[in-house]
Ligand binder design. Structure first.
Ligand code: GDP
Length: 297
């Protein structure tokens, strides 16, 4: 088990003399512990470093109120700074789906949870937003992935575009668009092909599909347990095809959620949703407060 940051700081400050204000030394000692906590939560080193600097500037010289210990006070400053970095603009759960039929492009690596997330999102749009939703898989190299989306569609009561053998991804995307218009759908979700690694083909294909349908949202699905890798994937997808938001999956796992902080700090992209399990309901709007609590332990 991880030691929580509050525990760590409690120990540190017990050894310090009580003063009216946080001294530079107090803050520096405390921040060593914060740094360890961040790294244990899988926050990348440069992000942890910058974060610590920002906290140091805010904490030094702050007067210690009587009601809290210096340790609690530093934890609060760290917590507030975490929220500041994690919070994006606007409501992360509000997707731009006004002009029907609105295309949403789902991109990401194979195994990230992209197909599952596509179906979870479709269910959410159908049930919470009362939208008529169509889903289509563009993963022509993996028939099993196409069938998986179809099966999930049946499970959640959302239509999927019929599979036509031999069609290329752009043709499928165009057919989805036509079907969505003719069928009176509000939204259509395109589950693009995934690969184990980003390669030129994968990016070229996603870019062609993007150009064919002009998506209102391009959501990148990344495995929240992969830390720095998730951030590298996001940087590359954003550079090459542009993403409007990130979905972090497997946030139900053992990880401490540090990828979320690195993701925001490095890519600047808003985290829109988090995946919290395999079930179709296990998708929630991203809440900075919950992730901050998790990183702090
Ligand atoms: P894709 O290759 O990116 O389309 O990945 P899939 O959607 O097929 O997901 C791969 C595996 O991860 C499946 O077994 C999913 O049930 C599982 N999965 C997806 N999202 C989550 C999540 O948020 N938490 C957990 N625990 N498992 C997930």
């Amino acid at each position: 088990m991880f030691e929580t940051l509050s525990d760590r700081l409690g120990g540190v400050f017990d050894r310090l003399t009580k003063q009216g204000a946080l001294s530079e030394d107090d803050v520096r000692t405390a921040l060593r512990e914060v740094r360890v906590a961040l790294l244990e939560a899988d926050v990348s080193l440069p992000v942890a470093r910058d974060f610590i600097k920002a906290v140091e500037r805010k904490a030094t010289g702050q007067s210690v109120t009587r009601s809290v210990t210096p340790g609690q006070q530093v934890v609060k400053i760290v917590h507030d700074e975490l929220i500041a970095v994690l919070t994006g603009e606007g409501d992360p759960g509000a997707l731009r789906i006004d002009n029907a039929p609105a295309p949403i492009l789902m991109v990401g690596l194979q195994g990230s949870g992209k197909t599952t997330t596509t179906a979870k999102l479709a269910k959410r749009l159908k049930e919470r937003d009362r939208k008529k939703v169509l889903m289509a898989s563009l993963d022509v190299n993996r028939p099993a992935a196409m069938e998986q989306l179809q099966i999930l569609g049946q499970q959640i009561g959302v239509d999927t575009l019929p599979i036509v053998k031999g069609e290329d991804p752009v043709a499928i995307a165009r057919r989805a668009k036509t079907q969505a218009s003719l069928g009176g759908y509000d939204v259509y979700l395109l589950d693009t092909a995934g690969r184990l690694h980003i390669d030129a083909d994968l990016i070229a294909q996603a870019a062609q599909v993007r150009d064919a349908v002009n998506p209102r949202e391009t959501l990148l699905v990344v495995d929240g347990l992969t830390g720095q890798d998730a951030v590298n994937v996001a940087t590359e997808f954003d550079d090459k095809i542009g993403v409007s938001g990130v979905v972090l999956t497997r946030m139900d796992g053992d990880g401490r959620g540090g990828a979320a902080l690195s993701m925001r700090a490095i890519t600047g992209k808003p985290i829109r949703f988090v995946g919290l399990g395999e079930k179709m309901d296990a998708l929630e709007t991203f809440e900075p407060d919950r992730v901050a609590g998790r990183i702090l332990g």
